[in-house]
Each structure stands twice: as C-alpha cells, then as structure tokens.
Design a protein around this ligand. Structure first.
Ligand code: GDP
Ligand code: IMO
Ligand code: MG
Length: 437
C-alpha cells in the first residue's frame, strides 16, 4: 500500500489539519515530516477544537499511530506539555512514536531566534520565535543534539560542553542577556528523556514495515510551499522543506512509495510574518475575510495578512510538489464577496511575468494582474455536492482548478469533517496497490 502526502500550497494555514482529519478514517499512520512547534494545525473532533503544534493530527483517532519523523525538530518541553494537555482532555497519547534522530530545540535555540529577530528589527523574518531556524542550523552544522541523546548523560554532557561556549558567545554578541550552563540543562534533558523514552523508535523501519504490511501511511506537512527553505520566498521562509520532497527526507520513505500528493489550498491567501505578498489586501474586503475566516495565527496569536488567491504561486506549488489532487478549503468564507479577484500573472518593472520568481526582491515589486469573478451572496456551509453550489461559486472553483493545473477533488465549506464536498475523489480504500505491497 503506497503512501499519501498532504502538503500546503500557499504560506501555511491552508487547513492541512482539516484535510488530514478528512483522510484520517482511511489511514493507519500519520507521520509529520518537518517543522516543529511553529506549526498550528486545527482539527475538530465533534464539537471539540484541538490545536496541535508538534503532535501529528492522527493522535485524535484510536486506530492511527501518530509518528514524528526524523525531519522534525522537537522541543521536548513543548512536546511533553502538548501530550499532557491532550491527556487532560481524554486523548490517549501512548501510541505516539518519535524518531531517535529528531533534532532537539533547546532553550538556547529559542533565545537565539528571538535575539536575531530583535537585531534584524525592520528586516526581521517574523519567525514564531520557537527556535526553529537555530535548531536546523545546528543540524546542518553537525553540532545538534537529537532525541536519542536525551537517554545518555555522558553524551549530553559532552555535546553541551562543546556547544554552549559558542552559543553564549553568539548571544553576547547579539546583545542578549541569556546564558546557558551545561549541568542544569543535562539534568533537565535527562528528565525529558525519562518521560519520552517509551515513545522513541527507529521511525524509518516503523514506516517501512507498515508500508510492506499494506498499512496506509499519510505524511503530514507543516507550513507551506511558499515557506520552503529552497522553493519559497527566501529569506522570508522557514528553515525546513515543507514540499512533498521533504516527506521523503523527513519521513523515511522513498519517492516511489508515494502514489498521491494532496495539495491543500484556501480559496484566498494568507501569510503570517514578514515578506512579499503581491495580492495582499489592505481594505475592508480583506478585513471581512480575515474576520469571517478567523485568520489569527494558531501558534503566536498574530493576525494573518489576507489577500486574493494567487494562481501564479499555485501553479508553481502544484509543479514543485507534483500534486496529484487538490483539496480546496474555506470556500464558504467568500460568500458575500463580490467581485472575487484572482491573480493570474504579475507585472514586474513594466513586464508581464507568468512564472513565480525565486527572488523575494522581485516578488516585492510584483503587481498582480487580476481576473474578476462574480461572487455569490448565500452561505454554502450546508452544500454537499458541487451541483448545489451557486453558479458563481462553481465557476470560481473551475477557474482555480484550471489555473492551478491539478484536479480539485475535495471542496471544504466549513471546519468540520462533514462540511466537505466530495467531487472526483478517489478514496484510499479503493486504490489498487502499485508499490511496496
Ligand atoms: P493548517 O495549519 O494548515 O492546519 O491550518 P490552520 O489550522 O492553522 O488554519 C485553518 C483554520 O481554518 C482552522 O481554524 C480550521 O478549523 C479552519 N478551516 C479549515 N477548513 C475550513 C473551511 O472550509 N471553512 C472554514 N470556515 N474554516 C475552515
Ligand atoms: P502551519 O503548519 C503559517 C512562518 C512564520 C515566519 C516564517 C519563519 O500551521 O501552516 P519560523 O518560526 O518557522 O522560523 O518562521 O514562517 N510560519 C508559519 N506561517 N503557518 C505555519 O505553520 C507557520 N510556521 C512558520 O510566521 O513568517
Ligand atoms: Mg496553521
């Protein structure tokens, strides 16, 4: 049984949590493959709302094994807090598995993240302040600590003795007050290790054995394509690979084990943090969308910037992820918006540009070329078939599909699982296995 990847096609917060939730019934494993507690995925279970940061959305379903893959950076303190909070709400967290190889976010990573942003001032990335960048930097520099290190006092001491003088020197140079000593951190880390030990496994074999058995594995991305370290609007990006390719490096699978890449996008665009956003709205229409769509950051509580749907970036995201199917979320939020504008190309320095530029500088100079669509006024939360959507909504969905270049198979008209229009949808249970089983 092959694997499915769920990937964000915009700047994050596309509703990946809702999409994973919709697919959960048919899934045995949900594997997070990158990012850390910078993510905020909202899932509704009945009337209850769960906001998950590090724990994969699959935790809410007793039949699913939720897995934190080796590509994820883990802050043990926030992971334990999240597990405790879920347990307090009656969720069984004992099935959670996390890779020995996950890199750790330690207190000095957060301190460095905040110190750098403070120093960058007007040029800051607008990070979540969770230490994501500094932790991935240490991974690449080969000076990081991993979850497996929490189980060994000798290794902890050795690595922290080596790394902390440099961290303290950098913090001092950045004008930050925080300093870190090895011993209290070793004690703290050993306590985290004792608590997390039952969850730690070799994720690569866990996932490979599952696929070989014929279990269905869903790989859940965090953030979105336009925040990808290599393919996003650098430097206003996160420090990992949210794109589908990241599911292989961060989830422990190979490209031939994937048979479906679900791209998730909203019917409009949002962005949190700094960086260019060509279709950004600074008027009452944008405010109305933000209000109805409750566009407030799940992790930091910051207001999300809102804009029109950008087909230039969507086409790019569909290509770079080899998207096979799209789930379109939050169509209901556009009820009452008229006209609805769709960005089909940019004007940059007087030239028409159809391809998403890799330079953030160029993107910042891009002016959108819009095609306008008639809106619809009625609420659509209760619609369950495409035929019952207002004509104008159907025309807009068709245009999004044509511009994006991949089939929209699911359309979401509300946050709950049942508020979903199933269109040309190919359920996992009906698939013919092609690889690995
Ligand atoms: P994620 O980070 O991609 O998982 O997305 P977030 O959870 O941060 O943000 C998406 C928000 O939109 C959540 O509050 C969801 O409950 C909500 N949501 C998802 N799909 C829909 C939809 O179709 N309609 C409405 N009204 N809300 C939705
Ligand atoms: P989910 O998974 C939206 C943004 C931050 C900032 C940039 C870098 O819920 O879609 P970082 O802390 O990662 O170094 O910040 O990335 N960002 C997100 N924006 N949704 C997210 O996650 C995000 N995770 C990070 O706002 O601009
Ligand atoms: Mg989110």
């Amino acid at each position: 049984m092959p694997a499915t990847i769920v990937v964000g096609l915009q700047w994050g917060d596309e509703g990946k949590g809702k999409t994973t939730d919709f697919l959960a019934e048919q899934t045995d494993f949900v594997v997070r493959y990158q990012g850390g507690d910078n993510a905020g995925h909202t899932v509704m279970l009945g009337d209850e709302v769960f906001k998950l940061h590090l724990v994969p959305s699959g935790i809410l379903y007793p039949h699913i094994v939720p897995v934190i893959g080796p590509g994820v950076v883990v802050n043990p303190a926030t992971l334990i807090d999240e597990l405790d909070a879920l347990a307090a709400r009656g969720i069984d967290t004992s099935r959670l598995r996390a890779s020995f190889a996950c890199h750790l976010i330690l207190p000095y990573h957060r301190a460095l993240d905040v110190a750098r942003e403070t120093r960058l001032a007007g040029a800051k990335v607008g990070t979540t302040g969770r230490g994501i960048g500094p932790a991935y930097e240490d991974r690449a520099a080969r000076t990081g600590l991993r979850l497996e290190d929490l189980l060994d006092a000798r290794i902890l001491r050795m690595k922290l003795d080596r790394v902390l003088p440099e961290k303290n020197a950098v913090l001092a140079a950045l004008g930050a007050e925080a300093r870190f000593e090895p011993e209290p951190l070793v004690e703290q880390a050993l306590a985290w290790g004792r608590r997390l030990a039952p969850h730690l496994v070799d994720v690569t074999w866990l996932v490979q054995d599952a696929l070989a058995r014929g279990d269905h594995v869903l790989l859940e991305g965090a953030q979105g394509t336009l925040l990808d370290l290599d393919h996003g609007s650098y430097p206003f990006v996160t420090s990992s690979s949210p794109i589908a390719g990241g599911a292989c490096t961060g989830g422990g699978i190979g490209p031939r084990q994937v048979d479906e890449v679900f791209g998730v996008m909203k019917a409009y665009a949002t962005r949190v943090g700094s960086g260019p956003f060509p279709t950004e709205l600074a008027d009452d229409v944008g405010l109305g969308i933000a209000e109805r769509g409750r566009e407030v950051g799940t992790t930091t509580g910051r207001a999300r910037r809102v804009g029109w749907f950008d087909a230039v970036s969507a086409r790019y995201a569909v290509a770079v992820n080899s998207v096979s199917s799209i789930m379109l979320n939050k169509l209901d939020i556009l009820s009452g918006v008229d006209p609805i504008r769709l960005c089909t190309a940019y004007q940059v320095d007087g030239r028409r540009v159809d391809a998403w530029p890799s330079s953030a500088d160029l993107l910042a100079r891009a002016t959108p070329v819009y095609e306008d669509f008639a809106g619809w006024s009625e609420p659509i939360h209760a619609v369950r078939s495409l035929a019952d959507l207002p004509d104008a909504a159907r025309r807009y969905v068709t245009a999004l599909e044509e511009y994006a270049g991949a089939p929209i198979v699911l359309v979401s008209v509300g946050p709950e699982r049942t508020q979903t229009i199933e269109r040309a949808w190919r359920p996992v249970r009906n698939r013919v296995p092609t690889v690995a089983g």
